[in-house]
Structure formats: C-alpha cells, structure tokens
Design a protein around this ligand. Sequence first.
Ligand SMILES: [Zn+2]
Length: 435
Amino acid sequence: MGIVDEDVVRVREAADIVQVISAHTQLKRVGRSWSGLCPFHGEKSPSFSVNQEKGVFYCFGCQAKGDVITFVRDIDHLDFQGAVEQLASKVGITVRYTDKQEGERREKRSRLRDVMVDAVEWYHQRLLTAPDAGAARRYLRDRGFDGEMVRRYRIGWAPDDWDQLVRALKHPPKVLRDAGLGRESKRGGTNDFFRARVLFPIFDPQGDPIGFGGRMMPGGRPPKYQNTPETALYRKSKVLYGLNWAKDEAVRTNEFVICEGYTDVIGFAAVGVERAVATCGTALTDDHVRTLQRWAPRLVLAFDPDSAGQAAAERVYEWERKHEVEVAVAALPSGADPADLARTDPDALRRALDDAQPFLGFRIDRIMAAAKLTTPEGRARAAETALAAIAEHPSEFVRDQYVMTVADRCHLDAERLRASLRSGGVKPRVKTAEG
Ligand SMILES: [Zn+2]
C-alpha cells in the first residue's frame, strides 16, 4: 500500500534537489556540484555536498546521504510516503495510490487543506481591512500585537454574522462542514462555525493550516476559547500550536518550551525564544510528547506554577521513561503568564527558562516554599510531604539525591529519611498535595 511507483519517480524527477535543500542550508556552486554546511549535524566548515544532475546529497562529516525524497523525509521527520506527498504538492503533481480507499482519504484531506488555506486568508484579510474588525484590531494592539506579528501569525477575524465565510469561499458547504469551518443551521443550510472571534490559525508541522483557535472578544459570548472541532485534519490530542515555527530552534537547542496558550507562544517568540508550542484546549497528552520527542529530548513546561504543580507526577515519569525525554519546569512567577511577562518583563521570562528545574526539584522547592521551616514541627511536616513526592520518582539514585537536599533543608539526618523512605513509612501520592 502506498503511492504508485511511477508517481514516486515523477516526483523525484520533478523536484529540484538544490532548491529543496537550499531552504535549509546555504549552498554554493563548487565545480560540478554544490556545497554547504550540513543541515543534519553541527559544523563550521562545509562537508555537505549536493549533485544536482544525479539528484543526490552526501555529507562527509556524518555520512548522511540520499536523494531529494530521503532529504525531506529526514529533515522533516516524515515517513517515505509523507515525504513524497510533501514534494508532490510543491511541484504540483497529484499522486495516485495503490489502494483506492487510501487514495480517496488522501484526496479528501487535500480538499480540506485547500479550503483551510482559503479560510486563513479570508479571515486574515478581514482582520486587516474590514470596518467591522476595528474592535478586534484595537484589542490586539492593546495586547501588544503589532502589524508584523498579526501578519506573521496570520491572525484573523470572524465577523459577528451568520454565514459570511460560507458565502465568500467557493467551496461546497459539505467540505466547509468537514473542515470544521461551517455547521448545519436549523433550516438545513450551513452557517459559519466561528462568529465574533479573533482567530489564531493552527498549522501542522509542515506549515499547512489545519484548524483555528478562536478567542472571544471582551464581553463576548463564552466560551473564552473555541477551537476547531475534530476533523480529518485536526485532532486536538495531537495538535500543538506553533510546532511549525518551533521545530527548527528545538532541533538546534534540543529543547521545546510548552505553554498553555497561543498568545504565550507568540510572547515567547517576541522575546527571542522561538521554540515554544502550546496545546490546544487540552492538557499535555502522551501523543503530544511522542510528537515532540522526534525533534528534541527536553521539554520545559512554562505553565503557571500552580497548574505545573498539579501535573500528575506519575504521567510525567511515565513520559520520561517511555519517550526518553526529560521534563523540566520553568521558574515563572506565580500568577504570571508568558504572554503578559513578554511585555512587562522580558528578562524575567527568559530567566524563567534559564532557571528551569527538573520536575521533582520544582515540586520539592514548592513544598519548602510553602512550609514553615522556622520550627521543628514545621520542618518535620515539610520533610514528610517532600518524602512523599520523592517516593514517586522511579530512579533510586535520583530519589537519594533529593533525600539529601531535604535532610539539609529540614535539619534532619539523611539516614533517618532514607530509612523512612525504605520502610514505606511514606506513601507515594497519586496527586500532589503541596502548595
Ligand atoms: Zn552531516
């Protein structure tokens, strides 16, 4: 099952390997071939070579090699079929599939993608120019969005009306409903799904739009955020806002920053941190973590400290084990969200990342901060609570190091704490109770 061989060959021949690779590294002509810095490993002098005639690349440093399809597959972490599809859409070839149903599914998805592209553009122009978007423009300006940011993030405005989008876009109503842009009206017609909302388009990792996050205007009809419903393109348990922009810096720095909202991602970018993503109306899921670890092994949670403290420890350790990631928590001031901090105190926002702590260290610090360490009773209680948190960690050596920290801060003998931990005198808690 897959794309018919003949079409794979057509795509490979139609795609210009020098042009494709040039989007990722600067290539210079050297004799009969092209040369540049390898996009797969860090280097200061070029050992990456591309032969345009043969359509192949080779790196003398890391031995990466292949053709244009291999390149796209490896650089964008796609499977073979995904790489062929991406190239096919770039060069304007419609590929056929060996399995008819598979072909129909792909065709449907590609129709949805087309309508999403048109919708992003229509809503965006609406925000930029329509008289009824004046309040939305003011709202964004007041929150620190300048014109450049509005254009970069393709922010849009859904008018406060019944079916303006449905009537404006030249797509069948059924396709609009399937894309989550329209919904059936009481009279059997199709109305716009989004109404009177500022829209943040959500893109897949390759930069194709798949959905919207819609924020109500102050005083508007709740809920505060309304997202695209589940569609063939948009699955909220998998989607991460900002991944299309964040993945490059994440690869360079081995790290993602995970926030709670669209405006947090944009706030981080405004202070020069381009590796932030946000979940779209859900908590972080196993699927999200699996997606992120394809690009970077370290995940820094930039949540409000109160909600970060509530993250279920069991799940965090499970992710660390199963997906081989390291989960840390940014040192954000309580009650501050990154979007606000980006405007009021950019240095504090960057510092919060520099001072990020491992998940367990963050929890211990919060327990200590909330405890009364000036009395023996207070120190004993703090130690008990901290030991309960430590007991949840799967690694004996990690547990032991935190035991020593707690012993030190609570003026207790580390050996006594170890004995208490071993004897099961402290029970791991499923939910954290500190704070
Ligand atoms: Zn290389």
